[in-house]
Design a protein around this ligand. Sequence first.
Ligand code: UT7
Length: 315
Amino acid sequence: MPEKVLTNKDLESIVDTTDEWIYSRTGMRERHIAADGQATSDLGAEAAKRAIEDAGISAEELDLVVVATLSPDMFFPSTACFVQEKIGAKNAFCFDLGAACSGFLYAMDNARAQIASGAVRNALVIGAEKMSTFLDWEDRSTCILFGDGAGAAVLQAGGEGRGVMDSVMGSDGSLAGLLSTPGGGSRNPISHEMIDQKQHYLQMQGREVFKHAVTRMTEAVVQALDKNGVSAADIKCFIPHQANVRIIDAISKRLKVADRMYTNVEKYANTSSAALAIALDEAVKDGSITKGDLVVLTVFGGGFTWGANVLEWGK
Ligand code: UT7
């Protein structure tokens, strides 16, 4: 996480909001904000270095670096190439994956498939975001919701247990307009007019997104359990996308797993594709997940995109 913390109280002096409103509607208390000049790849590289150290391998042993992000350093080259340079992963091929907040799970599944095919032995999967650059700090309905941060995991061939098991993933492009950054790309290129209309900032129909997030993540978890031949009772820890504690509570209720649902949205707000990776890391460090435990990850984001997978923690 970047050093600077922005609390709900701090936000009260930026937009017309209150700590009480934000906490009661989202469960968020604070979020971290990257420094000026600190780019997404800087956050991603820091997380990557720690993941590589944890895995006990060298950066040269990586065959693949994939960065899930919706806030890249630049349109191109990929943020993954900048991370590669920063960590010295000179033998890896590198690319970014765009699936908005669902990116880390999609990237994890991509790495899993490449390892299963035999093409890759060591993959570094990173979720990294500097959301603060792409927020309208005059729009109270969005700027309070997001934070910056990064998380990373090394996936390796072999090892004990079942590792990363099958995923369920889905998308619905017909709902793209409910959550997007409409300006700055080929559809609506950079112009003074586009910027005056603030279309280069994230826009969201929050209430609609909320409903779809609950339904899709709940369905995806049920399908992922079924696909992998395990039941909710077998799962030690459920890690959902950290967008709103009320979304997480609604999923917990439907699945009846409130006692094993992991949340850290209070501290970091919604860090988009980094959220799952950060929560997974914290869950391992605080002992919520230990060797041999079955874990379910589930995500939802712009696109719309969603998914869930099951993994057996191997370390
Ligand atoms: O990562 C991708 C997934 N993202 C999500 O899943 C986010 C999903 N959506 C949400 O989490 C919620 O819909 C929000 C937190 C964005 C909003 O909560 P809500 O309970 O759906 O509130 P609302 O949008 O219905 O707004 C209620 C009221 C509105 O006022 P009126 O029209 O009722 O007078 C808003 O103008 O709250 C007002 N409002 C605020 N008031 C104080 C909106 N933002 C704020 C604010 N502070 N920051």
